[in-house]
Design a protein around this ligand. Sequence first.
Ligand SMILES: NC(=O)c1ccc[n+]([C@@H]2O[C@H](COP(=O)([O-])OP(=O)(O)OC[C@H]3O[C@@H](n4cnc5c(N)ncnc54)[C@H](OP(=O)(O)O)[C@@H]3O)[C@@H](O)[C@H]2O)c1
Length: 507
Amino acid sequence: MSSSNPLRDAQDRRLPRIAGPSGLVIFGVTGDLSRKKLMPAVYDLANRGLLPPGFSLIGFARREWEDEDFADEVYRAVKEHSRTPFRDEVWQQLSQGMRFVQGDFDDDEAFETLKKTMQELDAAQGTGSNFAFYLSVPPKFFPLVVQQLKKHNLADQKDGSWRRAVIEKPFGHDLASAKDLNEIVHEVFAPDQVFRIDHYLGKETVQNILALRFANTLFEPVWNRSYVDHVQITMAEDIGIGGRAGYYDGIGAARDVIQNHLLQLLALTAMEEPAAFDANALAAEKTKVLGAVRLPKDLAKSTVRAQYAAGWQGGAKAVGYLEEEGIDPKSTTDTYAAVKLEIDNRRWAGVPFYLRTGKRLGRRVTEIAVVFQRAPHSPFDHTATEELGQNALVIRVQPDEGVTLRFGSKVPGTSLEVRDVSMDFAYGESFTESSPEAYERLILDVLLGDANLFPRTEEVELSWKILDPIEQFWAKHGKPAQYESGTWGPVEADDMLARDGRSWRRP
Ligand SMILES: NC(=O)c1ccc[n+]([C@@H]2O[C@H](COP(=O)([O-])OP(=O)(O)OC[C@H]3O[C@@H](n4cnc5c(N)ncnc54)[C@H](OP(=O)(O)O)[C@@H]3O)[C@@H](O)[C@H]2O)c1
């Protein structure tokens, strides 16, 4: 039944959003990310009927593969990693549009072959010359691949068709390199053609921050300095660096996680309500709040970096970071980083935001905890509330997705004692639908040209502007602290909060 508002019917956000005629070119298609996340996500989208019938997938890498070898590899990746069940009819249709282009990124001939392959797919599959280029390649190759796309006229949007670039993280390793990369990318692609991946933004729970805050009346009135004591944003991993020594050493926890994921979570938690739920309005609010972030003056007291030492993790012995294979025994790279930030605006003045991330911590968990002030006055005897903590709203981003509200409640019995209890919303219990993988959502958004969940140039640069002074301070001052594997980080991080009369949550 149609409503009386034709505009609303035309834009009903509950209807499935299906991509129009298009194709995806994955550079670095033989890599880890492509195998574990991108290829399965493409299949899952096809399985959910969200891709056009002639959707095409072109893989680009150096391996000497034919189209059939590539299709076999995609098949294996899909069987192993896709979220939705395997259906042969979906696979048969999807595999019609798969091609492989072999070559090095500096190989002009390979890019000409790519161009011909795209034209051939336009004719055979009806892709309408609409292609997204996914740069799933080591970051040092981002500039080269973008320049090759320009040189071979692959970024040109002719006759109403579109071309888009999807760029993986890390986007630069400091402000200067991020600016350089932005300049190179924008010489070739207009801002609305560029999609920078922060896969956290593709997660349901992260998008739910906006729903929680702005679709309800309950939370927003207390979401400010009058009621909030502080905010803790945590991304903890229980694994070490695995086989990624080459990537990780020299980058570290702050650049790998705080610059992108945690500052994006901070922006969504702290920003003002956008005028509309669209890319421009969201980016404007995120940019405004990131621009208002201030580092405390004394970085020695308000930042901590550390490396994991040997210990026990999940019942197994774990080696320290400096003993990991491929790591320079003198490395000063941080595997743990904690920072205290403040936000200079009316809503948040004086409310610290504590951000921490680390490897080989007690548990794998990502959460945002908004911790409220204590009641200004308690009519209860102080012994009655000894066990009462501060009220908190915890947005559990992963793995146990949901929201917890912690508050005090009377302990049953004849005496009066107030203790913390929790009220829980769990995605798994409230919804029968399972959440799509972040990469499913993000790839679909790229094909639809929907940029809501992709950080813009300004956001990336502002994030580096926040982190650069911290990295420079660390580079100049001393060595990282140490923490035992399997614990919740270094004692210096506990001291940092203790100085403010607070403590970290143990999720
Ligand atoms: N892995 C993750 O979980 C993850 C998470 C977040 C972000 N990322 C980002 O995603 C991107 C890809 O990561 P990854 O782990 O998949 O990397 P990876 O396993 O090292 O894969 C790199 C890919 O690039 C290709 N390649 C490398 N040099 C090349 C050259 N000169 N010419 C042509 N192809 C070349 C390799 O193919 P051949 O060797 O076959 O040529 C391979 O397909 C990186 O930017 C990374 O920072 C990864």
